[in-house]
Design a protein around this ligand. Structure first.
Ligand SMILES: Nc1ncnc2c1ncn2[C@@H]1O[C@H](COP(=O)(O)OP(=O)(O)OP(=O)(O)O)[C@@H](O)[C@H]1O
Ligand SMILES: [Mg+2]
Length: 221
């Protein structure tokens, strides 16, 4: 069995929208995957089934040999500890410094302060924000905030990183840089990375696997 498996997954939302239509997908450890598809294709829905923000209407989702589609709620924190999720709505605390925002997930996990600081230094290098370490987050540009979000999603060294349109409305060069950072992280740590995007340009610039969703169906994998 693969690292991540979707088996005959259907997702029909209450209003009757069929967001995922018999999705079968197997992803290996360390793969770098682009999930590509038009608006409404089901990309975010597929990711929400992995984070367990949503449950499938039918079918199974497995991660690291654990059937997460029927995981009891009390185990969700353990599932999520192994995920790095890059949100589009940034969820940063504006009056905290870059450093404070960065280490906050580690402190929540009970990581010792000295270890948290060491990990944060590594991430500041990775996302190229070393010179902004003590800046207030609200002073950052949009692209810098996005880098910080990315750093915060990676700092606890997740096994699986989910990035839903992480490049939002960034310019081409900044977007490439951000995806490049994810690629470097995957190479270095062996993490599996899944990036949902509409951007054909991005997909063509990295040697990742392309999974194409169209109206809830996987048409290329
Ligand atoms: N909570 C919900 N309730 C009802 N319908 C929903 C819900 N979330 C998503 N949908 C519908 O499911 C379909 C797939 O949505 P989804 O957000 O997964 O697409 P997407 O590929 O991420 O699109 P985008 O590229 O615009 O982000 C769409 O038709 C959407 O309107
Ligand atoms: Mg989406």
């Amino acid at each position: 069995m693969g690292f991540l498996e979707f088996k005959k997954v259907y997702k029909v939302y209450p209003a009757g929208v069929k967001a995922l239509d018999n999705v079968n997908l197997s992803i290996e450890k360390g793969e770098f995957v682009f999930l590509w598809g038009a608006t409404g294709a089901g990309k975010t829905t597929l990711m929400k089934l992995i984070t367990r923000e949503e449950l499938p209407t039918s079918g199974e989702v497995w991660l690291e040999r654990c059937k997460i589609s029927s995981l009891e709620d009390r185990y969700l924190p353990i599932l999520r500890r192994n995920l790095g999720v890059v949100f589009q709505d940034l969820k940063l605390v504006p009056h905290w410094t870059v450093f404070e925002n960065l280490i906050s997930p580690l402190l929540v996990l009970g990581v010792k302060k000295r270890d948290a600081h060491r990990l944060a230094e590594g991430i500041l290098d990775l996302v190229h924000l070393q010179d902004k370490k003590h800046h207030k987050t609200e002073w950052l540009s949009g692209g810098e905030k996005q880098k910080l979000c990315l750093g915060r999603a990676l700092i606890h060294r997740p096994h699986l990183v989910l990035a839903d349109e992480p490049t939002g409305n960034l310019d081409g060069a900044t977007a490439l840089g951000l995806v490049g950072t994810l690629f470097e992280f995957s190479e270095r740590s062996g993490a599996t990375v899944i990036i949902a995007t509409h951007s054909e340009k991005l997909v063509n610039r990295f040697p990742g696997r392309l999974v194409v969703l169209d109206k809830g169906k996987i048409i290329q994998s």
